[in-house]
Each structure stands twice: as structure tokens, then as C-alpha cells.
Design a protein around this ligand. Structure first.
Ligand code: CTP
Ligand code: CA
Length: 228
């Protein structure tokens, strides 16, 4: 259809997109997870494909099917996602971290299912921080000229607005672009619509988009296109 017609302005580029949410095992039947559906990451992969890119999708527990025509690497945990992204990034022109990656994982998942015991205290689960994949990619720069992009879901709170939090995160992460996603008010996780402001490495807004996750995806690729 005409509305889907896009210039093949990403032709010749290999892009890696991580999508979904990681799950960190607590015991053989339980995990610490998050509500990410993977819709935004899948929309990014679909949009890049439509614009002519070769696409590797690192898929963590997607609630939606991946688009046909992309190379899918399926992962479960943050550690698996890190390995898959680093491997794919070696020959990637662009890496977009749209996945919701666990910040903490249980130090030592139980080998057997944790049982209730009459009169016994509730268990305590000791956590350890995971590696920040985005910050690591931005720091190590395994491939010269590679564009590294992050996503950040933020809410305004007593400490600052959505954009203030986003700006601080952009400066902390060192990515070339950070798409700041306003969540709450019927926006974000699990919803159809989305609103983002795209910040550069210095935290300055370079673009914004509100609409479907496909609209947001194309706005993001427009901003990437200006850098590659
Ligand atoms: N991210 C990552 N590895 C992690 C955690 C996050 O690569 N272990 C990436 C996400 O994929 C996203 C970006 O970092 O692209 C921002 O994630 P976010 O959770 O908003 O930022 P954090 O630095 O984890 O800060 P916080 O959750 O405390 O707000
Ligand atoms: Ca986080």
C-alpha cells in the first residue's frame, strides 16, 4: 500500500534491535520479570526491514510475533541478551536497545522449587546488579562509527520531569541517541500508542513523535539516518 512506501534509506546497513523483557530465574518455576511486550522493538525491526536494512532481532520473551524476514536470536535472561547483542553488534552499523533488561537478578537461583514450610519465615531473595548492556556498548565502541541507541521509559516525579530524568540518563549512558518514552496516562507498556522525545548524547532533544509504535519507530530511524 502507498502508506507503507518508504525510501530504502537503510539499505546496506545491518541493524540490531533488542526487544521484549528479560526474565531472571528465582527457582526452576519462577522468575523476576517485567511487563514489556516487545511491541516497540518489533515495530523498530519491521520499520528497519521496510527501509531496506538487514535486521537482527534479539528477542526476549516477546508477547507478539517477530516480523518475517528478520534474523531472530531468542534469549531469556539479561546475561543471554548481553551475549547475543554483543555478538550481533560486532558487525552492526546500528544497535537499538529497546528491550527492558533486568537491573538485578537473583544471586543464586534455587536448584529445586522453593517450598512453603509451616511456621518458617518467608525466604529472602538476594539480588545482584546485571551488566548495563547499553552503557557497555557505548563505552567499548567495538565498531567505529556504530550508532548506539537506548530507550528509557520515564515518569515525572518529585525529583524531576520526564525530560529531566531522560536528560540525566542520556548523559549517564553515553549512547548516541536516547528515545525517552513517557509512561503512564495510557502511554507505554502494553498499549498501542506511544510518545517519545529523542535526545542526543548531550541530552538535547533532536526529534519527537507521538502516535503508533510504527510511527515512533520510523521517527527513530529518521534520527539514526541523520547520524550514519
Ligand atoms: N539497559 C541495558 N542493560 C541493563 C539495563 C538497561 O542495556 N542492564 C538499557 C535498556 O535496554 C534501555 C536503557 O538501558 O535501552 C535504559 O534503560 P532504563 O531501565 O530506563 O535505565 P537504567 O539505567 O536501568 O535506569 P533505571 O531503571 O534505574 O531508571
Ligand atoms: Ca532499568
Amino acid at each position: 500500500a502507498l502508506v507503507d512506501a518508504r525510501p530504502a534509506d537503510l539499505a546496506g546497513l545491518h541493524v540490531v534491535v533488542s526487544a521484549g523483557g528479560t526474565r531472571e530465574p528465582v527457582d526452576p518455576v519462577r522468575y523476576l520479570g517485567n511487563r514489556s511486550s516487545g511491541r516497540q522493538g518489533v515495530a523498530l525491526a519491521r520499520a528497519a526491514l521496510a527501509r531496506g536494512a538487514r535486521v537482527t532481532l534479539v528477542a526476549a520473551n516477546l508477547a507478539v510475533p517477530p516480523p518475517g524476514g528478520v534474523d531472530v536470536v531468542t534469549v531469556g535472561t539479561a546475561a543471554q541478551l548481553r551475549d547475543a547483542v554483543r555478538t550481533a553488534a560486532k558487525d552492526a552499523d546500528v544497535v537499538v536497545m529497546a528491550a527492558a533488561v533486568a537491573d538485578f537478578r537473583p544471586v543464586s537461583p534455587a536448584d529445586a522449587k522453593i517450598k512453603k514450610r509451616e511456621g518458617a519465615a518467608a525466604p529472602t531473595i538476594e539480588l545482584v546488579e546485571t551488566v548495563d548492556v547499553l552503557a557497555e556498548l557505548a563505552r567499548d565502541r567495538v565498531r567505529p562509527g556504530q550508532v548506539v541507541v537506548g530507550f528509557a521509559a520515564e515518569t515525572g516525579d518529585a525529583h524531576g520531569s520526564v525530560l529531566e530524568h531522560g536528560r540525566a540518563k542520556a548523559l549517564r549512558k553515553g549512547a548516541d541517541l536516547l528515545a525517552v518514552n513517557a509512561v503512564g496516562d495510557g502511554l507505554g507498556f502494553g498499549t498501542e500508542d506511544n510518545e517519545v522525545t529523542i535526545l542526543d548524547a548531550a541530552g538535547r532533544p533532536v526529534a519527537s513523535a507521538r502516535g503508533s509504535k510504527d510511527d515512533v519507530a520510523h521517527a527513530l530511524w529518521d534520527a539514526v539516518r541523520a547520524l550514519v
